[in-house]
Each structure stands twice: as C-alpha cells, then as structure tokens.
Unconditional design. Structure first.
Length: 428
C-alpha cells in the first residue's frame, strides 16, 4: 500500500551493501531511541497523524472562518510559516484565500495594508513561544490597521492565535486578555516539526483542504515505518545521507523537486535539515548543509556545479509520477534540428525526461543521487512526504549523535537583536 503514495530509490547513491550493513546496529539503536521518546510523550510529532480529535476541533473553527471571511493573513516565521506555505502552494483549497507574512519587511507589510478589506479578512498569528520578534512586530502593525477599520471591540473576532497555552507565552496572555480564539500549539512538538499539527492544519483547513486526507497519508507511511523499522523509507534515506556524509565527505545535501508546486517543500526541508543537524558535538562542528534546488530550472543554473564542481554533494530528486493535468506540445517544426523531437510530446513526459537526463549526468560524473517518487500531488502524498522527512531527520540526528530538537545556535542572534532594539528604544 505504501508504494502507491511514496517510494525511494537510492541505488545511485554510491553506498555499498557492506556500508549499509555496517551501520545497521546503529540504525536499530536510533530507531529504539526515537520509539522510546515517542512512547514517553517527549516527542509528539510522530503521533500527530493519529490525533483525530484535534483534527475535528480545527475543522470546526475553520468552517466558521470560511463562512465569514474570504481571506486570512497567516503571520509566522520558520516552522510557523514554511509548512503551511508548502501546503497552500501544493494543494491550495478553494475556500478562504491565504496570504503569508513572515518577514517584517516594510515594503511587504505596507503592501498588505494597502490592499486589505478588513471586513472580509481574518488574522492567524502563530508563535509557539509567543514572543517571536518578527511575528509579533507584523501582528502589532496589522492589528492596528484592523482596529482602525472595524473597531477595538469587533476586531477580536477576526484574530485566531496558535501558541502554547501557557503563561510563559506572552501571545497567549494577550489572546486571553483581548478575547482572541486560541488554537493550542502542542507543547511536545517543535516548530520545524509542526506542519501536521494545528500550525499547518488550521490554515490548510481554512483554505478548504481536506486535512483528514493529509493525515491519512502521513498515518499510512508512519504506520509502515513503525512496522518496518530500520527497513523503512525514512530510515533507509537517513542511512544513505549519513553514510554519504561521514564516509564519503558529501557534506552538502541538495533536494530537487521536479514539480513547480513543490518548490516550497525544498525550503521547508532546508530548515528541517539545517536546524536539526547543524550542531556542536563534543567540541566538533557537525552537520550537512542543505540546499533547496528546483528542477528543471536549476538544470540551467546549478547542475554544472553539481556535475563538475567539488564532489561534496548528494542530490535527492522528488518526482511526481502522474500530474493532474496534461498539456501536449503542438506537432510543428519537426524538420528543425534541435527542436523537432519536442513536437507531439506532452509536457509531463518532457519533465520526466529532463529529470532522467539530470540523473544520468550526475551518475556518469560519479555524483551520488537518489529519488523519491510520489504518485501525484495530493493531500495524502504531501502528508507522506512531510512525515517521511521528519522521521528521517530524527534517524539522521541519532546516527550523528546530536539533538535534533533544539537550536542553541539561533538564540545568540535573537538575544543580540533584542539588546540592540532595547538600546535604540531608550534613545527615542
């Protein structure tokens, strides 16, 4: 059943059977540790596909938003933004339209202020901690505009907050004081692992996406992972990337979807891989550098580097077996050398041929590459992709001996930004 959703082919990764066999005991121990942390409740993201109660609650609130608002502005950054953006791009619904604000860029925010009809617009502000600088700054600006338009009393019904329901969350305190509806952010799920929680599911449901189908796809794959353990797709992919990194010096990991609607998935993967694996272990700096590429566009901008530049990369393709639409190229100019072979072909066949051509070029150059294939772009396969990569990064971290679920390297920049802003505020 799982192969109808997602499959992985790592035959061109340049990893030998002996190498895979050599880390099998490590991989089994990684699986046991992940299983223990999940069973104890320390890690919650692998249980999200089974949380049907939260799904029902989210769907009820989403329907109320749909009935009243034609647009919802989603304010968040990092894990509170990238997953929902990916879902909206790939399978965006037909109900309430979504607009995303992640950066406090004044040009972007002022543009939104100009073209928003607040009587028809809701705000979904997302911050696990409730103190995210960029998110709160954008929210404060947009909230002021909302109040000017609909009034202080009425504005509360336009605002939907996703944060930890804890006194440590300032956003939660504000929501309680202002009367905003709070949709809980699970406490045992980190931001970059939260796409299948309320963080990703609520905006998706508001837009009209069937989130039950997305969780169904994730559930199918996660149940298969639990049954197959170290032979699962997630564990196999993680083992390949780990061996490529530690035994073959491939410290740059490229993800290259061959579908326009999956380009944001590359950005989601980039955060997941970077924040989870870039760590200091016993005084040693470890972790691969993830790169979000995009086929076939990057055949014309990066493949030259990947085939003839430093041999320090793995390339992972994401291929769609069947597109939802088919477009044929007119059968013209057949006598013209160089383009005559294009006429009469369908665009999806051309796209598949381009991926195969890139795969061949990399393989001929001795550059490791693998391929994920999904049956089509659907809620089920998107859920399957999310949970597979989340599980894979957990395996990868265990193999590397690092904590996938913290990000201490992010905090110093946050503290310094706060110090600078406080210093500037005292001068005003």
């Amino acid at each position: 059943m799982i192969n109808t959703l997602i499959s992985y082919d790592g035959k061109r990764m340049g990893i030998t059977k002996e190498e895979r066999k050599g880390i099998r005991a490590q991989l089994r121990e990684a699986h046991r540790r992940i299983d223990r942390m999940t069973s104890s409740g320390e890690l919650g993201f692998l249980d999200l596909p089974y949380d049907t109660g939260t799904t029902r609650d989210i769907s009820r609130v989403a329907k109320r938003v749909q009935k009243r608002f034609s647009r919802m502005i989603v304010i968040g950054i990092g894990g509170s933004d990238l997953g929902a953006r990916t879902i909206w791009q790939a399978i965006g619904g037909t109900k309430t339209s979504l607009t995303f604000v992640s950066s406090p860029d004044p040009e972007t925010v002022s543009g939104i202020l100009k073209d928003t009809d607040w009587t028809q617009t809701a705000i979904n502000v997302i911050s696990k901690s409730g103190t995210t600088l960029e998110t709160m700054a954008a929210f404060m600006v947009l909230r002021a505009s909302l109040i000017r338009s609909v009034g202080a009393k009425a504005h509360a019904s336009h605002v939907f907050v996703i944060t930890e329901p804890s006194e440590s969350s300032i956003l939660y305190q504000i929501a309680r004081d202002e009367g905003y509806e709070v949709i809980p952010h699970p406490t045992n799920v980190g931001g970059r692992f939260s796409v299948l929680s309320s963080v990703g599911l609520f905006p998706a449901a508001v837009s009209g996406i069937d989130i039950g189908r997305m969780l169904s796809g994730a559930r199918t794959v996660e149940s298969e992972r639990r049954r197959r353990t170290v032979d699962s797709i997630a564990a196999t992919f993680a083992a390949d990337q780990y061996l490529a990194l530690t035994r073959h010096g491939k410290n740059i990991h490229v993800l290259m979807p061959y579908a326009d609607l999956l380009s944001h998935f590359g950005y989601w993967y980039r955060q997941l891989w970077a924040e989870s694996l870039g760590k200091i272990r016993d005084g040693v700096f470890v972790g691969p550098t993830p790169v979000a590429a995009f086929g076939p566009t990057d055949q014309h901008s990066q493949i030259q580097l990947y085939t003839q530049g430093p041999n320090d990369k793995t390339v992972t393709f994401v291929e769609v077996a069947r597109f939802r639409r088919s477009v044929s190229v007119p059968s013209v100019w057949k006598e013209r050398k160089g383009i005559g072979h294009i006429g009469g072909q369908s665009l999806d066949v051309i796209l598949h041929a381009e991926r195969l051509g890139t795969e061949h070029a990399l393989t001929q150059a001795g550059r490791p590459n693998g391929t994920f294939q999904i049956s089509s772009i659907s809620p089920e396969t998107l859920g399957a992709l999310f949970i597979t990569f989340e599980a894979a990064v957990a395996y990868m971290a265990e193999l590397l001996g690092v904590n996938a679920f913290d990000q201490p390297g992010v905090e110093e920049g946050k503290h310094e930004t706060k110090r600078i802003l406080e210093s500037m505020r005292r001068k005003i």
